[in-house]
Design a protein around this ligand. Sequence first.
Ligand code: DGL
Length: 265
Amino acid sequence: MDKASLGIGIFDSGVGGVTVLKELINLLPQENFYYLGDTAHVPYGSKSKEELLVLGDAIIRFFLKLGVKMVVFACNTSSAITLPILKEKYPVLMEGMLEPLRKNMPAKAKVGVLATEATVKSGLYQKKLMETNKFQEVYMVACPRYVPLIEKGIVSGKEVEEATREYFEPLVEEEIRDVVLGCTHYPFLTETIQKLYPKIQVIDPAAYVAREVYRKLEENKLLGENGGKVQFFVTGDEKSLKNLGSLYLGYNIDKVQKIDLEVIV
Ligand code: DGL
């Protein structure tokens, strides 16, 4: 089989990666995608490196069994913590959230990054962004309340607003105007964020990621020509994907397959 006609695997802990999938579909309408939401193990943001590695490993094996030409880590936590290790282990093209942001984001004196606890603790985001010399200060904020709310389908209202105030106040105090959504779930909250903080410039790295995926496929002569299908998989609950996912993509996700990951501990 011609390798270019294989699909692209894309995964996240839940519905978050759909925000990246949307950009990928826009830019690469001829590709086939397999989207996996590891909802049996959401949230990733409170997991250890060891746990994330075991899950990431099982996910890559799942995609390789399906047969893919590339795997997109549509999850900042996994991109920061497990991608560097899994990249060395498996002979398949991989793309994550961090490198495209690092490469493409315009220079700013100060930038805030909202992310999961695990991403913030890894220190990698800050380190990689500072290495570019594009920023004088990278201010990380862990947002543990966000993902559980979003997975429940709550993207506005009192709880989201309370959490948003808690996470943005330190940034406002530091006079930070540009804030990266360093977790793929957070773009679901953009409306609330902009309502409460209209002067903040919200940066979603998803479009940068799609551009990098395009570039890598082109470079490797792997651009597909006859695709356009998306298949959805979950390991646990499918509600968030069906409800929020459908809303975000603008079409009804009617079929979601439940799978068991072969987790080897
Ligand atoms: N959406 C993921 C990320 O970008 C993971 C969120 C979570 O499960 O905590 O970090």
